[in-house]
Design a protein around this ligand. Structure first.
Ligand code: UD1
Length: 422
């Protein structure tokens, strides 16, 4: 297993290119299930979750072929030869559940393993299933699998989501593109990745209105066609490197980053004393004064994203004054706290809130990654700390961040990837 060795205390300065968004790319690949034609996706990030999605699509019979030498453009499509998403893939990556709606819409049946819980919470899929039932699917849960069928096709209807779930919105949205008649998804999630998915689906011939508004209206069509689409820049990767500038007192130009996608993150950075400037096709982030404590509550977009919570906590650990971070999306997303405390942070968790009392500095230590975003919070802590941090279990990080050591070294960080097998 690989680990990172980080020698902290260096100010980061320079440019980092932000890659294609993991959370958009995965769904856009799944959209390839909706057509027999070819969907050409560019700006595909080189991360493990994208590889897992390729494996899943291929086992449904869908061809996934690299168009360029680097595999940053993929051609996806073909006949569906298997409607089963097996346990070994779904348990590795929860986003696999998103094949359910498209399989049901195009092949009229699906057998998808139940994902089960994960490190950050129980994460049920009841809203996905209820919504598909509203569209006329019959669903049986058996032997750990979701067996879904709609022999005469799905039929449009009004779906009211009690919570604006990102995954449920996407699953239902994709299913509804091929349903008979009109579907309305009320209290739909408004995350920018959903806007990117809608843009691509409409290019494929879908008729979807209302992206970003909370109500999606989908008029079903007979069939979708191929299309070309470039995956949007990853707003969470962008926000993460903004925190790297923040904790090191640095000055970074994040190429491809967009202020409008970052929602509440920009305001929170500024409140914490980190300057954010919009430039052409980039965001410049720098800190010249002290970091200040801020209060944060995670919320669906455009609120503060839960996927940025751990990274901010690392930064706030060394801010002047106290901060309170309240997590409202996932019930168990503070696993980075004991690791940050081992590096000298003063953080207490009370239920769904964490109180952070800023300390003068963190000190390097051996720490362990527990999930994707928590892994990066420990890298940030290591970058800002005095001394050496060794971060193990970085396979979590490889799922969603590309070339972390290369990107950070290029802007002045002292970070090295070591293989324990060496
Ligand atoms: C997506 C993102 C993830 C992000 C999250 C919230 C992907 C691949 N993942 O996850 O990075 O942290 O949005 O922004 O895009 N819930 C239910 N029933 C359901 C569905 C969800 O109770 O049927 C609950 C979940 O347990 C969780 C909350 O709703 O507590 C949010 O989940 P959801 O918005 O669906 O997140 P994901 O799509 O899983």
């Amino acid at each position: 297993m690989d680990r990172f060795i980080i020698r902290g205390g260096r100010r980061l300065e320079g440019e980092i290119v932000i890659g294609g968004a993991k959370n958009a790319g995965l769904k856009l690949m799944v959209a390839g299930l909706l057509t027999a034609d070819r969907l050409i996706l560019s700006n595909v990030p080189k991360i493990a979750d994208i590889e897992t999605m390729q494996t899943l699509l291929r086992q449904h019979g869908i061809a996934v072929d690299p168009v360029d030498a680097e595999g940053r453009t993929l051609s996806i499509g073909g006949p569906i030869t298997s409607v089963e998403a097996p346990y070994d893939i779904v348990s590795k990556m929860r986003a696999s559940i998103l094949v359910l709606g498209p399989l049901l819409a195009r092949a009229r049946e699906a057998r998808v393993s139940l994902p089960g819980g994960c490190a950050i919470g129980t994460r049920p899929v009841d809203l996905h299933l209820k919504g598909l039932e509203t569209l006329g699917a019959t669903i049986r849960l058996e032997n750990g699998y979701i067996n879904a069928s709609a022999p005469n096709g799905l039929v449009g209807d009004r779906i009211l989501l009690p919570f604006a779930s990102v995954g449920a919105t996407e699953n239902l949205l994709m299913a509804a593109t091929l349903a008979k008649g009109r579907t309305e998804i009320v209290n739909a999630a408004r995350e920018p990745e959903i806007g990117d998915l809608v843009e691509c689906l409409n290019r494929m011939g879908a008729r979807i209105a209302g992206a970003g508004t909370g109500t999606l209206v989908i008029d079903g069509v007979e069939a979708l066609t191929g299309a070309e689409h470039a995956i949007m820049a990853d707003r969470i990767e962008c926000g993460t490197y903004a925190c790297a500038a923040g904790i090191t007192g640095g000055d970074l130009r994040l190429i491809g980053g967009r202020v409008r996608d970052l929602g509440a993150v920009v305001r929170t950075l500024e409140e914490a004393g980190v300057e954010v400037l919009e430039e052409e096709n980039a965001i410049r982030v720098r800190r010249t004064g002290a970091l200040r404590g801020v209060d944060i509550m995670t919320e669906p977009y455009p609120g503060f994203p839960t996927d940025m919570q751990a990274q901010f906590m690392a930064m706030l650990a060394v801010a002047d004054g106290a901060s309170m971070v309240t997590e409202t999306i996932f019930e168990n997303r503070f696993m980075h706290v004991p690791e940050l405390n081992r590096m000298g942070a003063r953080i207490n968790v009370h239920g769904s809130s964490a109180i952070i009392r800023g300390v003068g500095h963190l000190s390097g230590a051996p720490v362990m990654a527990t999930d994707l975003r928590a892994s990066f919070s420990l890298i940030l802590a290591g970058l800002g700390a005095q001394g050496e941090t060794s971060l193990s279990r970085i396979y979590h990080l490889d799922r969603g961040y590309e070339a972390v050591d290369r990107k950070l070294s290029a802007v002045g960080a002292d970070i090295e990837r070591l293989s324990d097998d060496r």
